[in-house]
Structures are given as structure tokens and as C-alpha cells.
Design a protein around this ligand. Structure first.
Ligand code: ADP
Ligand code: ZN
Length: 518
């Protein structure tokens, strides 16, 4: 008789004997306990926290089969291998499996602890009828954020799961995700019919990672400085394939081994570059975000972003590849106003129903990069935690920026943008405001505007950082021809109803690494 048939095994005993782990990690036990008690649960745990165990262990101890719904066939086969490696009786049921008939036989014979299936198959009546014939232990819904239009990865197939789940009201549900902000999370609970109190959130803090977020100012040099300063292996995320090639070329003189990774390389080149990186102790990988999924390299010492990531979730995920060994590591982002204007332009191209979510995500990102406050606190609050106000290991905690009230300067700037017709770039606007002796200003008659020369020399250097801030806040937008125009949030600022605070980084000698609690 197997443990699965007794149904009374002690989870700790199973953890040791079957999985070979000395103890549960983080919130694993809380999740497993709830699942074993037969209660619906949404577990939000960061990548690497050990989500699989929270349904694999119940698959071993509970009578019946655990049905795992998982969106990526490649991932499913990985999980199948790791489940089989510890002796769990598991199978996948996908279009690429040639042994489907055998899998169905095993299922019907009660010989499967785990069955992996994609949402499009799971939501079909045929599948429902199939599993109606067997004892079900649990529905595990992996990547559960895909059910929410608020999530960054909505998949309509996930919406079709609810009727299936409801058809088996006595079978507990375990939804799993690494990436859910509060809004998405609430939506996942509703969509999958899980009660509020079923939410379990694991710790997202990575105390050994030091966060730094900087505007771009001569980024090639900024990146070169990072590479020169931090000796261990590092990943630099560029936004385009071209960007990776250019950055890699510029780093050739650094004396560090440099490789690139993007979707334009052949699979062989990608595999070779990835393998070289994993084996190296000092390599710099310049990559698009295509790089990193499923890479297990514990000693990555820095992750740099040469541009704005797609969302806070993406940023957390990508920076999370640093310092898995717990040693001090750095996450450094360089962003520019253009990143925001481009992202806001893309918003107009996404389908209506997804726009609100995408806009909220972009605004959250803007708040992160612009904040004079603790970066870690913002990240952790985003994931629903209540962190201390300061972490002592991010740029803003180590070097608190000054905050100045730039409301009046912002009004002057917006007036100049407005009076010149909302199609001139920042250079021209600065010339008008500072009263620079400039032919183009005179030719356009802009020296006769009331805003000509109203910004003094002391304030002039603040104009470009201010434009960056206003663009991030959607007060200013960029036209097709790189001109500045009003964004939706311009009016209240112009009328003095919304104060504008500008964070000014103090001139920094580079500080020594903060006391990382890794
Ligand atoms: P996730 O799906 O949350 O990203 P995985 O389920 O792939 O994470 O687990 C990540 C790694 O952690 C795996 O190598 C797994 O074997 C390991 N792991 C899971 N639980 C434990 C534990 N309690 N103790 C030690 N290692 C664990
Ligand atoms: Zn901090």
C-alpha cells in the first residue's frame, strides 16, 4: 500500500522521505496545511520559493489525483521530470505527448498522483468527463495571474477554467503565482472563486540585493562604470537586439568576457552563450529579457537595466536573478523620459480592456523610479507586504535625495510648451525659458513670448530632470516628432492645484556597499 492510499501521512515525514528536504521553506507549510485541510487557496510566492512542492506533497499524501493546470508545455515537461525524479507517479496530457492513451489508462486505473494539463484542454467538456470518473485530490492552477485581465499575462483560456472547477465543488483549489500586485490578486480570488482568507503571500524581500535607480546620463559610460566596479558575473538587460549588440561592443575594452543573448541568435548560439555564462565567474551577459527564464546561476553579482523594465513585476523578476546565493549583489536601473513616452504610446495600441491595467502598471513603475523614498519599501508594498519605511540598502536610503518644490518651475515649463504650440523639443523649450541667444528662437518669434527668459541660471539645470519627472507622471507627453506636448495630467499642475516635487540626487561619491543582511 502506498502512502497515497493511506491518506494520513505526516507532511514533515513526507517532506523528508520523498523530497529529501529537512524543513519547509517560507510559507510552504502554511500553504500545504491549508491544502491538506481541503480549503481553497491562492499562494503568492516569488520565483524559486518552491511553489511546486505545495501541490506535489499533497499529491503524495492525499488519495486521488492532483490535476495541475499549467500554461507552458515546456515548463510542464520540466516539472514532470522533477516529480518523477522523486518517485511521484505523474504524467502530462498535451498535444505533443504521444502516450496520451496510456496516460488516460493510468489515470482511470488510479495510478496517477499528478496530471499536468494545459488550460485549453482542461476547459474542454471531454476533459471534465474524463476526470469525473476518478477520485480528485486537488486542482492546482499554476501561473494563476493569467486569469486576470489586470495581470501582465492575461490568457483567455484561463477564464474557461471556472466552470470546470465549479463542476467539482468538493475538490479544493490551489492557485499559484509569483507575480500578483494587490489588484490582480483580488481579481484572481474572484475569478477562481477563492475566499479572501485563502490568500497566502510569501516574503518577497531579497535583503542582499541593493537597489539603485538612476536617470540615464551617458548610459554607455554608466554601464561601463558598473562593469568596472562590480567584479562578479552580471547581466545587463537592453531593450532591443541592437541595443544588446551596441552595449556589448562598447564593453569590449572592459577586459571582461562579454556575451550577448537575444531572440535573433540561432538556438545554438544562444545555448552556447548561456552555458558560457553559467560556467563563468566574471562574465557579463548583455541580453534582452529573453534571457534568464529557468537559468540557475546563484552567483550573479549584478543585474543592470539599460532602460525601463516592463512593469514592477518584470523588474522584480529580472533583478531577482542577482544574488541567489545570498551574497551582496546589486540591481541598477538606468531610465529615461523617452522610455515613458514610448511606453505611454504603446498603451494606445493595446486592446481597450487591457489599457487600464497596463496604465496602472506603468504608473506604479513611474512611482518607483521617481520616488525619493526607499525602493525596497515600494517594491514590497507593491507585493502586498508591510515593510519598514527604510531598508538601508538602496540608493535612496544610502544617499537620501533632496526634495524640492518645483511647482512654479513646472508651471513656467508648461506655459512655454503651450505658448510655443506643443511641438518643440526640450532643447528649444530650455532656450526659450532661459532666454538663450538662439537663432531658432528668434526666427520663430519665441523671444517675444512672455515666457522668454523667465527661468534664471540657478533653476535652468533643473529643467531636464523636471521634464523627466513630468513625463513619468503623464503631465508631459512626447509627440511623434519628439516635441513636448501636454499629457492628461497637465492641467492641475498648470493651475497650481497639483504640487510637483522633484527629487535631486546629491552628488555622490560612490558609497561602500550597505550592510546587506544576506
Ligand atoms: P517556484 O516554482 O516557486 O519558482 P520551485 O518549485 O521550482 O520554485 O522550487 C525551486 C527550488 O527550490 C527547487 O530546486 C526545489 O527543489 C527547491 N525547494 C523547494 N522546496 C524546498 C525546501 N523546503 N527546502 C529546500 N529546497 C526546496
Ligand atoms: Zn531602502
Amino acid at each position: 500500500m502506498t502512502i497515497a492510499q493511506t491518506g494520513v501521512a505526516d507532511p514533515h515525514e513526507t517532506l523528508h522521505r520523498v523530497f529529501g528536504f529537512p524543513a519547509f521553506r517560507g510559507m510552504q507549510q502554511a500553504v500545504v496545511d491549508r491544502v491538506l485541510a481541503g480549503r481553497h487557496t491562492l499562494a503568492v510566492m516569488p520565483t524559486g520559493a518552491g511553489k511546486s512542492l505545495t501541490y506535489q506533497l499533497p499529491a503524495v499524501t492525499l488519495p486521488g489525483t492532483v490535476v495541475v493546470i499549467s500554461p507552458l508545455i515546456a515548463l510542464m515537461h520540466d516539472q514532470l521530470r522533477s516529480a518523477e525524479a522523486v518517485g511521484i507517479r505523474a504524467a502530462t496530457l498535451t498535444s505533443v505527448d504521444t502516450n496520451r492513451a496510456e496516460t488516460v489508462d493510468r489515470l482511470l486505473a488510479g495510478e496517477l498522483d499528478l496530471l499536468y494539463v494545459a488550460p485549453e484542454r482542461a476547459s474542454q467538456p471531454g476533459f471534465r468527463d474524463l476526470i469525473a470518473q476518478v477520485q480528485l485530490a486537488l486542482f492546482a492552477i499554476d501561473e494563476a495571474h493569467c486569469v486576470s485581465e489586470w495581470g501582465h499575462d492575461f490568457r483567455p483560456d484561463y477564464r474557461l477554467l471556472r466552470p470546470l472547477l465549479d463542476h467539482f465543488p468538493d475538490t479544493p483549489r490551489l492557485a499559484l503565482t509569483a507575480t500578483a500586485d494587490a489588484h490582480t490578486r483580488a481579481d484572481v480570488l474572484t475569478q477562481l472563486g477563492i475566499a479572501q482568507d485563502g490568500l497566502i503571500v510569501a516574503g518577497f524581500d531579497r535583503p542582499n540585493i541593493q537597489y539603485t535607480i538612476h536617470p540615464r546620463q551617458g548610459m554607455t559610460q554608466q554601464i561601463a562604470d558598473v562593469v568596472a566596479r562590480i567584479p562578479g558575473p552580471g547581466i545587463i538587460y537592453a531593450q532591443t537586439r541592437d541595443g544588446t549588440e551596441r552595449l556589448a561592443a562598447s564593453l569590449a575594452r572592459s577586459g571582461r568576457p562579454v556575451r550577448i543573448y537575444h531572440a535573433g541568435l540561432t538556438p545554438e548560439q544562444r545555448a552556447a552563450n548561456q552555458a558560457a555564462f553559467v560556467a563563468s565567474e566574471d562574465m557579463v551577459m548583455v541580453a534582452t529579457i529573453a534571457f534568464g527564464m529557468g537559468i540557475d546561476k546563484p552567483d550573479v553579482r549584478f543585474v543592470a537595466h539599460a532602460g525601463l523594465p516592463k512593469s514592477i513585476e518584470a523588474y522584480y523578476q529580472e533583478t531577482g536573478r542577482a544574488g541567489r546565493d545570498g551574497d551582496p549583489s546589486e540591481a541598477i536601473m538606468f531610465w529615461g523620459a523617452e522610455d515613458f513616452s514610448r511606453a505611454r504610446q504603446r498603451l494606445s495600441e493595446v486592446p481597450e480592456e487591457r489599457r487600464a491595467g497596463d496604465r496602472a502598471r506603468l504608473n506604479a513603475l513611474a512611482a518607483l523610479v521617481e520616488s525619493p523614498g526607499c525602493r525596497r519599501a515600494i517594491l514590497l508594498r507593491h507585493f502586498g507586504e508591510s515593510p519598514p519605511a527604510e531598508c538601508g540598502n538602496c540608493d535612496n536610503c544610502l544617499n537620501p535625495p533632496q526634495r524640492i518644490d518645483a511647482s512654479v518651475l513646472a508651471q513656467k515649463l508648461l506655459s512655454a510648451v503651450y505658448r510655443t504650440g506643443q511641438n518643440y523639443g526640450i532643447g528649444h523649450i530650455v532656450n526659450v525659458l532661459t532666454g538663450a541667444d538662439d537663432a531658432r528662437v528668434r526666427d520663430r518669434g519665441h523671444d517675444r513670448l512672455s515666457v522668454h527668459g523667465i527661468v534664471n541660471a540657478a533653476e535652468a539645470p533643473l529643467l531636464r530632470p523636471l521634464v523627466r519627472t513630468l513625463m513619468a507622471q503623464d503631465v508631459l507627453a512626447e509627440t511623434e516628432h519628439k516635441g513636448l506636448a501636454f499629457g492628461p495630467a497637465a492641467r492641475p499642475v498648470l493651475k497650481g492645484e497639483a504640487p510637483v516635487l522633484l527629487a535631486i540626487q546629491p552628488k555622490r561619491e560612490r558609497r561602500r556597499r550597505g550592510s546587506a543582511a544576506g
